[in-house]
Write a protein that binds this ligand. Structure first.
Ligand SMILES: O=c1ccn([C@@H]2O[C@H](COP(=O)(O)O)[C@@H](O)[C@H]2O)c(=O)[nH]1
Length: 245
């Protein structure tokens, strides 16, 4: 069960240099299944950091949240496939054509079912967003309407899963079924602060709701003892997985 908990924990490597990234990977590689490389680290270090993580035996979630015209996103997706990442993502708000094109180009470059094929994920509504955020950008529907709607669009386009708040896992499961992958940031153990996250649950609640992977950054990186924080989170995930089986 400890190994399953580890495989489901994704650590957000939100640091500003290669050396710090390498230190975190060496420190946490026994605790974490996947390391998430986002905009800050990728803009600073590029694909070298992906190769470093893979060289250390880690897997990579390339969290660049592509959102552009269909051809541009699809070709970026092909490059993500070539990097050998375990998963990468686009914004579902980029629309069905953008997602379909990304899936088609990934299928051509890295066939489904092959060992190298990454999971293709679509971000629904960011976990830092609220109803007010949606109104401000002109979306009149609620978060709880938008998330399953975007998840359904992603599934129909052939995407493997979504990134969403753990608060909406049940809605997504109802809309998209048990095989659809759900990756949840916005996870806060009781000992951590919310920071800029708005739609959060604890790790235990996220797993009990049916999340497949939990993305956690600052609750580990800002802890006085990051290894102890990761252990506490793993214990919580493990306990919740027992309750699920
Ligand atoms: O909706 C989203 C999508 C992505 N993220 C990313 O996850 C991590 C969360 O880090 P914490 O420190 O645990 O808050 C961060 O890298 C985000 O870019 C998200 O939070 N919400």
């Amino acid at each position: 069960m400890r190994n399953e908990a580890k495989e489901r924990l994704i650590f957000a490597l939100d640091v500003d240099c290669f050396e710090d990234a390498e230190k975190w990977v060496k420190l946490l590689h026994d605790k974490v299944g996947v390391f998430k490389v986002g905009k800050q680290l990728f803009t600073r270090c590029g694909s070298d950091v992906v190769r470093m993580i893979r060289g250390e035996g880690g897997e990579v979630f390339l969290d660049l949240k592509y959102h552009d015209i269909p051809n541009t996103v699809a070709m970026a997706g092909v490059e993500a496939c070539r990097l050998g990442v375990r998963m990468f993502n686009v914004h579902a708000l980029g629309g069905p054509e953008m997602m379909r094109e990304t899936v088609a180009k990934a299928d051509a470059s890295c066939p489904r079912g092959s060992a190298e094929r990454p999971l293709l994920l679509a971000v629904t509504i960011l976990t830092s967003s609220t109803e007010e955020t949606l109104r401000a950008v002109g979306i009149d529907r609620s978060v709880r309407e938008m998330v399953p709607r975007l998840a359904r669009l992603a599934k129909e386009a052939g995407m493997d899963g979504v990134v969403a708040s753990p608060q909406e896992v049940g809605l997504i499961r109802d809309a998209c079924g048990p095989e659809f992958v759900i990756v949840t940031p916005g996870v806060r153990p009781a000992f951590a602060s919310l920071d800029d996250q708005k739609r959060v649950t604890t790790p235990a609640e996220a797993i009990a709701a049916g999340a497949d992977y939990l993305v956690i950054g600052r609750p580990i990186s800002a802890a006085a003892d990051p290894v102890e924080a990761a252990d506490l989170i793993l214990a919580e995930i493990e306990e919740a997985l027992r309750g699920r089986s």
